[in-house]
Design a protein around this ligand. Structure first.
Ligand code: 48F
Length: 265
């Protein structure tokens, strides 16, 4: 016998328990694009309690469509180690350039991150940060349906030791923080620098060195890093996004360790 009310009870009870479990965590990630999911994987793998909040139902951000909807991604030599870590089948196109199926790459990043222990809450967006005594210490979240319907419904908050802005080109979280609280960011001007036009090589180098803390407690990765610190876009080459996710995770891991055990000598 199948009972409708059992199905309802199973869903509500399980989901609510999960959500309650994540009202306090080590790392909250806004956005499930490639940089966010790679970060989620490495954070969870290191044992940190990690959740991803994604506005859409689908996970993967801008990776599904490859370049102009030709669903192939290109990854340069430096990013190949991450393709291999996630067991994403890839082949050499020419010296230093690897290609992979963007659908398979997206689904593997997603499944491996979840299997490593990260929790993904889709259909929920980050609409603000919790800002206390000059430090970001959580995310303010709401259902995306509330946003779409334009309803005037108060959000809820989750605490996190670190919040990662992996929201892509719009760097939504940094923009919200700066717009609302007029804080000084760690950018050259102290403000959002804004994304520059295409220059693939420069953009890939830029994202590697600018995956960092934009404000106390708030790290940026992927295109959000380039938009925050004033780097160009790179188009459908994804090595920088993957490596940025890994670097964001390493940064958060070392900061949390440092806060717990003190600086390594
Ligand atoms: O844009 P996106 O894929 O982020 P990324 O990791 O990668 C960029 C590349 O895909 C590509 C590129 C590199 O070659 O230029 O664009 O930087 O994914 C960002 C995700 O964040 C979600 C959005 O729906 C998308 O899935 N998102 C954006 N704002 C919010 C959000 C928010 N406020 N709360 C939750 N999710």
């Amino acid at each position: 016998m199948i009972e409708e009310k059992k199905i309802t009870e199973a869903i509500i009870k399980t989901y609510t328990e999960e959500l309650l479990n994540y009202i306090d965590m080590d790392a909250a990630i806004a956005g499930s694009g490639p940089s966010g999911m790679v970060a989620a994987y490495y954070l969870a793998k290191s044992g940190l309690k990690t959740a991803v909040f994604e506005r859409k139902l689908s996970i993967g951000g801008g990776m599904w469509g490859g370049g102009m909807m030709f669903n192939t991604i290109v990854v340069q030599q430096e990013g190949k180690e991450i393709l291999d870590e996630f067991e994403i089948p890839n082949k050499k196109f020419s010296e230093g350039y690897y290609v992979a199926d963007s659908v398979l790459a997206t689904t593997l990043l997603t499944s491996k991150a979840i299997l490593a222990g990260a929790k993904v809450f889709n259909g929920i967006f980050v609409e603000d940060v919790v800002l206390k005594e000059g430090r970001v210490c959580g995310a303010v979240v709401n259902w995306s349906t509330v946003e779409v319907a334009g309803l005037d419904v108060d959000p809820l908050t989750v605490n996190s030791k670190y919040l990662l802005d992996a929201t892509g080109h719009d760097a939504e979280i940094v923009n919200i923080l700066q717009g609302k609280s007029r804080v000084k960011l760690s950018t050259p001007s102290g403000k959002m620098e804004g994304e520059r036009s295409m220059w693939a090589e420069e953009a890939e180098a830029f994202v590697a060195s600018n995956t960092r803390e934009a404000f106390s407690g708030l790290i940026v990765s992927g295109m959000a890093a380039n938009a925050t610190f004033g780097g160009p876009r790179m188009g459908p080459i994804f090595g920088g996004m993957l490596l940025s996710g890994k670097k964001a995770a390493q940064l958060i891991i070392s900061k949390i360790r440092e806060e717990k055990y003190g600086k390594e000598k």
